[in-house]
Design a protein around this ligand. Sequence first.
Ligand code: 6PG
Length: 241
Amino acid sequence: MELHIAKNTQELSENLAAWISNYIQEVLQDQPIFTWALSGGSTPKALYTLLTKEPYKLMIPWNRIHFFWGDERAVPFEDERNNARMAYETLLDVVGVPSENINVMRTDIEPEAAAAEYEAILKKYFEEGDTTFDLVLLGMGDDGHTLSLFPGLPIVHEKKAWVKAFFLKAQDMFRITLTAPVVNEAACVVFMATGSGKALTLKSVIEGDFDAEKYPSQLIRPQEGELHWFVDEAAAGALEM
Ligand code: 6PG
């Protein structure tokens, strides 16, 4: 695991934009497309916006990037809580990613059907390769959740399915989410975490005993792939390392 500490969200986003751009160019020297699962939530917005500006807008071959999501709130696309909507607005529509390269978790059909359909798409993309996504970008909640893997929920123990839908009582909505197994087969996983509100949780996740029930972010341990944490000084405030 590699830890990257920046002064604040802006510096973190600048560092991560450069890092991702280099990584993409490296991967695309050996293969035709790059598969990237985007994170929802608010932390990645500054990063997505930066990627639409010089030099990244021209440096990254957007027509060779295929996009996915780590999870989705099963609300209409027009709903501001929809993760796909946020990514379209801040990145995908701005840089003009071809629509055939974008794989949203559908919220216009039953969540279970959307999860099954999404899993079939992923199996088609990844059935041949040794790894799944080239990059999975993740956030972490103050409670240690990532994707829609929330503490204490059965989804945390999913060992087989790649995509699941379930009703999240605490938010009175269905969620569609990638599971730990498919993320742990990725070539590279990058977490972003900022703010002092995440400092104690981050310390438990990174430096504490393994307790995935309490801290589902600990489930993410890529078998062959790389694991990176991009955090700001506020979120890193309780770390010993
Ligand atoms: C979601 C996200 C979720 C998010 C964390 C952190 O749909 O909510 O996928 O896992 O990454 O909750 O969210 P913030 O970046 O807003 O703190």
